[in-house]
Design a protein around this ligand. Structure first.
Ligand SMILES: C[S@@+](CC[C@H](N)C(=O)[O-])C[C@H]1O[C@@H](n2cnc3c(N)ncnc32)[C@H](O)[C@@H]1O
Length: 258
């Protein structure tokens, strides 16, 4: 799909003209290659998380002739949308509400869905699977913003990233022989403790909670072919629902398989 529209560039837009929290034009640069295939087409776009409404206006100016729908638990009071923009009050985790909005606004499915709402892993996951499976067109684009919040210690479900020591077998034994020089008997209780703990030791630094945990789960879907193949001699029982998944430092882009 991307090749179809490669020469098209986005309209001249400046983020500073919009009351949005999309921090800088770098955000739009990241978005650019994924949005380009849709420019000039009559599309429907859903964004979770409206805040002041600036991003809905931005998308409406980006995709002129298109229908822009926003969902938020609080609707902005002083936003006067220009264009085909619609707003609905409700939670991203309320699947019944989401389906009502989608069935009324885009019964054929949305072309683009952007999640810039809670940035809480469990809520993001609920809306993702509900909207991706039921209300995103094949070939459509699903965007998850600001997933790096999952690494922040002061985010509701964030957690600091701990670099734990890599405990592969080689380093385990090298460490052991180094310790032998200090004194086997001194070390013996620790050796025993480490042997007992070995099955539970984290082999690579890991982080499986909040937004980061959710994004890592998406990797499993991207790898559905190998996940269901199970072994080199196995046969996959299904392929991924994702045609492609690209992870940038702040945004995840997923294109739904046709
Ligand atoms: C980051 S702001 C959205 C910014 C906006 N998209 C922009 O670019 O200007 C996040 C919004 O998500 C809303 N929000 C938080 N939790 C939500 C939930 N569970 N369901 C829907 N919206 C939620 C907040 O009310 C807030 O307006």
């Amino acid at each position: 799909m991307a090749q179809e529209n490669e020469t098209v560039s986005r309209p001249e837009l400046n983020l500073a003209d919009y009351n949005t929290d999309k921090i800088s034009n770098a955000y739009l640069d990241t978005y650019d290659e994924f949005l380009r295939p849709f420019i000039g087409k009559n599309i429907s776009l859903l964004e979770l998380g409206i805040l002041n409404g600036g991003s809905l206006q931005l998308w409406s100016d980006y995709f002129t002739e298109s229908k822009i729908v926003g969902v938020d638990i609080h609707l902005p009071k002083d936003f006067n949308p220009k264009g085909d923009i619609h707003m609905f009050k409700g939670s991203q985790a309320d699947t019944k509400f989401l389906s009502e909005v989608c069935n009324n606004s885009a019964p054929e499915g949305f072309d683009i869905i952007i999640d810039d709402a809670s940035h809480v892993g469990e809520l993001t996951k609920i809306s993702f699977w509900h909207l991706f499976d039921n209300h995103l067109k094949p070939g459509g684009l699903y965007v998850i913003e600001d997933w790096g919040t999952g690494y922040w210690e002061d985010w509701p479900d964030g957690r600091g990233f701990e670099m734990r020591r890599n405990s592969n077998k080689l380093s385990f034994f090298l460490d052991f022989f180094r310790k032998v020089r200090i004194g086997f008997f001194l070390y013996f209780p620790r050796l025993l403790a480490r042997l007992l703990a070995y099955p539970f030791v984290v082999k690579m630094p890991s982080h499986d909670y909040g937004m980061v945990g959710f994004v890592k789960q998406l990797l499993d879907e991207q790898s559905a072919k190998d996940v269901t193949r199970k072994r080199i001699s196995g046969k996959p029982t299904r392929i991924s629902k994702f045609q492609k998944m690209i992870i940038t430092p702040s945004i995840v882009f997923i294109i739904k398989a046709e």
